[in-house]
Design a protein around this ligand. Structure first.
Ligand SMILES: *[C@@H]1O[C@H](CO)[C@@H](O)[C@H](O)[C@H]1NC(C)=O
Ligand SMILES: *[C@@H]1O[C@H](CO)[C@@H](O)[C@H](O)[C@H]1NC(C)=O
Ligand SMILES: *[C@@H]1O[C@H](CO)[C@@H](O)[C@H](O)[C@H]1NC(C)=O
Ligand SMILES: *[C@@H]1O[C@H](CO)[C@@H](O)[C@H](O)[C@H]1NC(C)=O
Ligand SMILES: *[C@@H]1O[C@H](CO)[C@@H](O)[C@H](O)[C@H]1NC(C)=O
Ligand SMILES: *[C@@H]1O[C@H](CO)[C@@H](O)[C@H](O)[C@H]1NC(C)=O
Ligand SMILES: *[C@@H]1O[C@H](CO)[C@@H](O)[C@H](O)[C@H]1NC(C)=O
Ligand SMILES: *[C@@H]1O[C@H](CO)[C@@H](O)[C@H](O)[C@H]1NC(C)=O
Ligand SMILES: *[C@@H]1O[C@H](CO)[C@@H](O)[C@H](O)[C@H]1NC(C)=O
Ligand SMILES: *[C@@H]1O[C@H](CO)[C@@H](O)[C@H](O)[C@H]1NC(C)=O
Ligand SMILES: *[C@@H]1O[C@H](CO)[C@@H](O)[C@H](O)[C@H]1NC(C)=O
Ligand SMILES: *[C@@H]1O[C@H](CO)[C@@H](O)[C@H](O)[C@H]1NC(C)=O
Length: 851
């Protein structure tokens, strides 16, 4: 992400540690006398070494190795040890570089490290200090000019004692955090950032990224005239960023990215500046980019994506001859792409995604031949895609999707762009035209092709030869007929060959004219008019969406071999037959199984039957089919299940109380099946169905009372805060979707709460504050409407029709909500309430106990 920082870091590292790393090998050639180290220092180092264990996973850098392994008491001259640097005159240890040395263990103030009083450079970065605090004894190393304790699992408050290291010019405490959960381990609260740095006025490089600082950016930093690199990324900073810092005379890189609550604006610049990198992305910065930004003559990287900038992109930005990265996405920029940009000949990254940029794509763009990534999607660009784009031979990623681009587009213009691997053109008004030649000699080898809503009527032939394709999105076109054999023709033989291994595959290719897409991970052709059998993707497939077509025939057993399958979406087709039961065996990766609205029959496959806890299934939708039998009991092992939709089938079963322990279950729709019998009280006194937002039991054969214990435990519906009143959404495969920016949500607008043949409307419903829709229609409810329903402030629809209710109705819903209850009275009903005094409450009480 931060190339400047990395490069600078390398340069600095060379400056700092060149001698430390190389002297031991070459010192004898370079100098007549090698310094001889002091006994106390070498034994201090050996003791320090002994206080750790060597664990290779303790360092993440791939070139990491345990430098201390070759330290030993026989070679007593510690000055020759790897990572140790001595003063040439005195022999004192002045540098210790144990970066990426696989050290694991705790460290405290008793460590012999702190007896190395002459040390100036210390790096313990990229080891694992097992959540130790940074020892306060660090203050004893008062000669330190460079201190690198980044990425090393230090924990807790940064000690005040660091502020005594007056000579520090480089301080890196970044990235002491959990790389998986992103939990920050270090904090700077007491002392605060301000107190800590107050006396560190010689700082040139300050790197505090991923420390929980949670304060304003101290204005006193503007007095730190030596400061060149200031990195405060993801520090939970807030307040207004002091604009004076932009004017620091030696500042080269300023980065405060990912501080959502940090506000600020970019000031006018009156003097030339040395700034090469300005990184403000993902913060609350707003306002316009001043025209005087041209004074930042050395600017190479401007990263201000995901902020609140507005206004036109200044023409003067085109004067930064050295600019390589212009990252302006997700702001509110308006106007055209400035014509001055044609002078930005060094540009490699231009990201303008998701702004309000108008006008057309300028033909001169084709002159910016260094461009590698060009993202203009989600703007208001019009007109054609200029042919000159095809001159961008270094372009790897081109996204023009979601604009108003129009016209006929000769797609062949992209087929000669040898670097182009990712192309997104969808959701414009383009009509793609493909050359007639059956070229297999295209220079482009796409990895990702997004051509949704591009008015295609057939699968473009060039795809035959795109054997490196990983993602193909052809949703929402007008492709009709069968999916051609050459496309996903992975026969059983092919699958076997693929499973046996790539070596065999090579042999396989030579016989076959067409290579199957062995790397395909995403295949989306929903909303077309495809017919015929279901195509068989290669085993690499992760997301397979052929929903909303007219595919028929049965689901092949081959799908059982697709061990990476994550989302399997076949809904709204004419598929039939049984769903292969082996699908359940390979279900450890499956997260969305969507088979709704087909003609499947037979028993529902067991899923999560083996190693259930590993199963990632989150949503299963089998609605509108002809499934028979019971719900598979193995589902109780699918611990991540959020939604079960089996409505409109022929299932015959009792109430699945055994699903009550699924911790994430939000949606349970059993509507219109043969579920029957009395719903038993929960057997144990533990909250069940605690996350449930929607339960639909309507049109079944349940009898008796609905146990109020269940309602009492529907915590998710009760607590508005905890679920933020969001409709349920199921997210599939975030890694895939993040990388390619494809929207990964299936939103179920569910919110129906129906019960059947229940004799009371429990007063407890009134506690379900988050309930959005209540439908108790077509039942035999008796008694009155409990007044507690008046507390359902988020209720959007209410249907109590066709029951045997009596008493008063609520005025805020119209009469149709209540019709068919001869005992009900109310203003909107034919029968007015004679006795009840109308109260000002929207839900006047017509008291009863509900029983
Ligand atoms: C500071 O540490 C972080 C995390 O280890 C690293 O990515 C960065 O390059 C370091 N910065 C410098 C200038 O060394
Ligand atoms: C500090 O440590 C990090 C993490 O290993 C490394 O990337 C960076 O280059 C180091 N900085 C210096 C100046 O050595
Ligand atoms: C790491 O910390 C844990 C918990 O404090 C402790 O039990 C363990 O012994 C430590 N390991 C080492 C190698 O210091
Ligand atoms: C440091 O050493 C002293 C004496 O050896 C001991 O009392 C103390 O507990 C040690 N401190 C830590 C943090 O281990
Ligand atoms: C900063 O330096 C001043 C004067 O040298 C001293 O009085 C003060 O205690 C120091 N503050 C910190 C936080 O070290
Ligand atoms: C900066 O330094 C000047 C003079 O040295 C001092 O007057 C001023 O208060 C300092 N500013 C901050 C914000 O500390
Ligand atoms: C642009 O880059 C070149 C080559 O790195 C450098 O010599 C020149 O000084 C830079 N221009 C500015 C204005 O910084
Ligand atoms: C591009 O740069 C040249 C020379 O620096 C300048 O004359 C010209 O006006 C610039 N073009 C635009 C469109 O800014
Ligand atoms: C862009 O390239 C064309 C030729 O390919 C040339 O005529 C034109 O002058 C170039 N424009 C700029 C601004 O360099
Ligand atoms: C591609 O075309 C060349 C000739 O242009 C031909 O020799 C080769 O067999 C073709 N390859 C495939 C896979 O069709
Ligand atoms: C419900 O029960 C009735 C009466 O026993 C029966 O006729 C009907 O078929 C059942 N409905 C379902 C969906 O099983
Ligand atoms: C409605 O909510 C209020 C506040 O939570 C509560 O005091 C009141 O008893 C509730 N009314 C009913 C009828 O449940």
């Amino acid at each position: 992400m931060c190339l400047v920082a990395v490069l600078r870091g390398l340069v600095l590292k060379l400056l700092m540690f060149k001698i430390a790393v190389f002297t031991p090998c070459f010192a004898s050639h370079a100098h007549a006398v090698q310094p001889f180290c002091h006994d106390d220092e070498s034994s201090a180092l050996l003791q320090f070494k002994e206080s750790f264990v060597i664990v290779h996973t303790a360092s993440r850098y791939e070139g990491a190795y345990p430098k201390v392994l070759q330290w030993n008491s026989e070679t007593r001259n510690c000055c020759s040890w790897d990572g140790v640097e001595c003063d040439e005159q005195t022999g004192n240890v002045i540098g210790l570089d144990l970066t990426s040395s696989c050290l694991f263990g705790s460290i405290n103030s008793n460590s012999t490290l702190f007896s190395l009083r002459h040390i100036r450079m210390l790096s313990l970065a990229d080891n694992n200090f097992n959540h130790s605090q940074i020892p306060s004894a660090i203050m004893q190393l008062s000669g330190l000019t460079h201190l690198n304790l980044s990425s090393s699992y230090f924990y807790g408050q940064v000690p005040l004692e660091i502020s005594n290291l007056h000579k520090l010019s480089y301080l890196n405490l970044s990235h002491n955090y959990d790389p998986d959960t992103r939990e920050k381990f270090l904090q700077l609260k007491n002392p605060s950032l301000k107190t800590l740095v107050l006396n560190l006025t010689r700082l040139q490089g300050l790197y505090f990224s991923c420390i929980n600082i949670s304060s304003e950016v101290p204005g006193l930093l503007s007095n730190f005239t030596s400061l060149r690199w200031l990195f405060l990324e993801n520090c939970e900073l807030h307040g207004d960023f002091p604009t004076k810092l932009f004017h620091l005379s030696n500042l080269q890189v300023l980065s405060v990215v990912s501080n959502k609550n940090l506000a600020g604006h970019i000031p006018e610049f009156h003097e030339r500046s040395t700034l090469t990198g300005l990184r403000l992305a993902n913060t609350g910065f707003s306002g316009r980019l001043p025209s005087s930004i041209e004074k930042l003559e050395s600017l190479e990287k401007l990263h201000i994506g995901s902020c609140f900038f507005s206004g036109a992109i200044p023409h003067s930005l085109g004067k930064h001859a050295n600019i390589t990265d212009l990252v302006l996405y997700e702001n509110n920029f308006i106007g055209h792409i400035p014509s001055s940009f044609q002078n930005l000949t060094q540009l490699t990254i231009l990201l303008l995604r998701q702004n309000k940029i108008t006008g057309s794509i300028p033909p001169w763009l084709g002159n910016l031949t260094k461009i590698e990534v060009l993202e203009l999607s989600k703007n208001k660009l019009e007109g054609p895609i200029p042919q000159s784009v095809s001159k961008l031979m270094n372009l790897e990623y081109l996204s023009l999707a979601f604009n108003n681009l129009s016209g006929f587009l000769e797609f062949d213009m992209f087929l000669n762009m040898k670097s182009l691997t990712n192309l997104e053109l969808g959701c414009n008004n383009l009509s793609l035209v493909f050359g007639k030649t059956n070229t297999n000699a295209t220079r482009s080898k796409f990895k990702s092709l997004e051509l949704a809503f591009c008015n295609l009527i057939e699968f473009p032939n060039f795809l035959r030869y795109q054997n490196e394709l990983e993602l193909l999105d052809l949703n929402g076109n007008k492709i009709y007929g069968q999916i051609p054999k050459w496309m996903l023709n992975t026969s059983v033989d092919t699958l076997m060959a693929l499973n046996i291994g790539r070596n065999l595959l090579t042999g396989f290719n030579q016989q076959s004219t067409v290579l199957p897409w062995v790397n395909l991970r995403l295949f989306e052709v929903s909303y077309n008019m495809l017919q015929g059998p279901l195509p068989i993707p290669p085993p690499s497939i992760q997301l397979f969406d052929v929903s909303n077509n007219k595919l028929n025939e049965e689901v092949s057993h081959c799908f059982c071999n697709m061990s990476s399958l994550n989302a399997f979406k076949l809904s709204n087709n004419n598929l039939s037959g049984m769903v292969p039961h082996c699908l359940g065996n390979s279900s450890t990766s499956l997260s969305v199984l969507s088979l709704g609205n087909n003609s499947f029959h037979g028993v529902i496959p067991e899923i999560c039957s083996n190693g259930g806890s590993a199963s990632s299934l989150r949503l299963i939708d089998l609605s509108h089919n002809k499934f028979q039998g019971q719900l598979p009991r193995s589902w109780s092992n699918c611990l991540m299940l959020e939604g079960i939709v089996v409505s409109n089938n022929q299932l015959v079963d009792t109430f699945p109380s055994w699903l009550g322990f699924l911790p994430e279950l939000k949606l349970l729709v059993l509507h219109r099946n043969g579920f029957y019998g009395v719903i038993e009280k929960p057997k144990v006194d533990v909250d069940q169905f605690a996350q449930l937002h929607v339960i639909d039991l309507s049109s079944n054969n349940f009898t008796g009372l609905f146990p109020s214990q269940y309602i009492a435990s529907w915590n998710a519906m009760k607590s508005i805060e905890s679920n933020g009143l969001k409709y349920m959404s199921v997210e599939w495969n975030t890694s895939l979707t993040k990388k390619y920016g494809i929207s990964g949500f299936d939103v179920y607008e569910m919110t129906i709460c129906q019960t059947t043949n229940l004799k009371e409307i429990s007063d407890l419903f009134g506690k379900l504050k988050a309930l959005r829709s209540l439908n108790l229609s077509n039942n035999m409810f008796t008694g009155g409407i409990p007044s507690s329903l008046g507390n359902l402030t988020y209720l959007e629809s209410l249907d109590l029709s066709r029951n045997k209710l009596s008493g008063n109705q609520f005025n805020s819903f119209d009469a149709s909500s209540f019709e068919g209850n001869p005992g009900l009275c109310g203003d909107q009903l034919l029968k007015k309430c004679a006795t009840s005094s109308s109260s000002p409450s929207p839900f006047p009480s017509c008291e009863d106990d509900g029983d």
